[in-house]
Design a protein around this ligand. Structure first.
Ligand code: NDP
Ligand code: OXD
Length: 301
């Protein structure tokens, strides 16, 4: 038997608890007996921050992909696994492609138009989708965009052996910024990526570019983005993640005519796919194998 503490939001706790409790070798425990806790199934926005209270803890399984809130937590001395699963890939792909295509076929031109404007629409192959952060989710988005016909360029720390053209390094970044009609941000939040989109990088983008950030709010200098939108340095921004979440009611993004705000829903974790990843890591740990998708604390993601 293995003892699992579920530390998730109220919204998802009942479903994850039921799915785990149904496993014949799992006992659910609560934090009233810290000695009993062997695995914590966790969302990084939960109040539990001190893991040192669990002397028998073996690992922490995050059901989020982004673990920036865990990096630097010195009480975490056991392995941490992040979520990599099909549900996140599907969600992110649909979110990104939905926003890109809605913009690309100029839906806003026709909404309540009340006049016959039959100006030509471009084809996907006339446009470039640039993806900053060509990891698990960036590649899923890139593959979907390429399948529709967009030109796609990915960018990451190290170039990948992948059929989509992808690059690494500062020179390549300049090419991607200057060449993208749609700039997708799927970098993790680390010291290196903080305010990655700033006055300098925004100035390198195309005036017709649309920025879509589903990585983390910390990637974008919010004031610089508003200045760039107001000045016409870029055309539009779709933002799913913010420096402060929930986005404060008085924040200018809510009412900015060139900004669309979504409430961190680009790719929600789904029990139906996440549970298999949790199960696999329970088995990995029991068999003495390394965890799948273990977080590398030294690089910060
Ligand atoms: P991955 O770790 O698979 O991908 C991250 C990519 O970013 C990698 O390709 C990595 O390069 C690259 N990268 C990291 N740091 C740098 C840097 N300094 N310069 C250049 N490239 C860099 O993560 P995922 O694709 O699974 O997730 C990406 C992010 O998406 C998460 O960290 C999270 O913040 C966010 N997310 C948001 C969700 C939402 O609903 N809005 C849902 C899920 C995730 P390399 O491969 O070479 O290391
Ligand atoms: C995230 C997630 O990292 O929801 O944002 O998985």
């Amino acid at each position: 038997m293995v003892n699992i503490l579920v530390t998730l939001s109220d919204e998802v706790t009942p479903d994850y608890s039921a799915a785990l409790a149904a496993m014949p070798d799992v006992t659910l425990v609560d934090s009233s007996d810290p000695n009993a806790v062997e695995i914590v199934v966790y969302e990084p926005n939960q109040p539990l921050q001190d893991f040192s209270i669990f002397p028998n803890l073996r690992f922490v399984q995050s059901i989020w992909a982004g673990v920036d809130r865990l990096i630097g937590n010195e009480t975490l001395t056991v392995p941490v696994a992040r979520l990599v699963d099909h549900g996140l890939r599907e969600g992110m792909r649909e979110y990104m492609l939905g926003h890109i295509l809605a913009d690309h076929i100029e839906i806003s031109r026709f909404e309540h138009a009340a006049h016959w404007n039959d100006r030509w629409l471009p084809l996907a192959r006339h446009k470039t989708v640039g993806i900053l952060g060509f990891g698990v989710l960036g590649q899923a988005v890139g593959e979907a965009a390429a399948a529709i016909g967009f030109q796609v360029i990915g960018w990451s720390s190290t170039p990948k052996d992948h059929p989509i053209r992808n690059l690494g390094g500062a020179e390549a970044l300049a090419e991607l910024l200057a060449g993208s009609d749609y700039l997708v941000l799927l970098l993790p939040h680390t010291k290196e990526t903080e305010d990655f989109i700033n006055a300098e990088t925004l100035a390198q983008m195309r005036p017709n570019a649309m920025l879509i950030n589903a990585g983390r709010g910390a990637l974008v200098d919010e004031a610089a983005l508003i200045t760039a939108l107001d000045a016409g340095a870029i055309r539009r921004a779709v933002l799913d993640v913010f420096k402060t979440e929930p986005l404060p009611q008085e924040h200018p993004f809510w009412t900015h005519p060139k900004v669309l705000v979504t409430p961190h829903i680009a790719a929600k974790s789904r029990l139906e796919t996440a549970i298999a990843i949790i199960r696999a890591n329970i088995d990995n740990d029991r068999a003495g194998r390394p965890l799948d998708y273990r977080v590398d604390f030294s690089r910060g993601y």
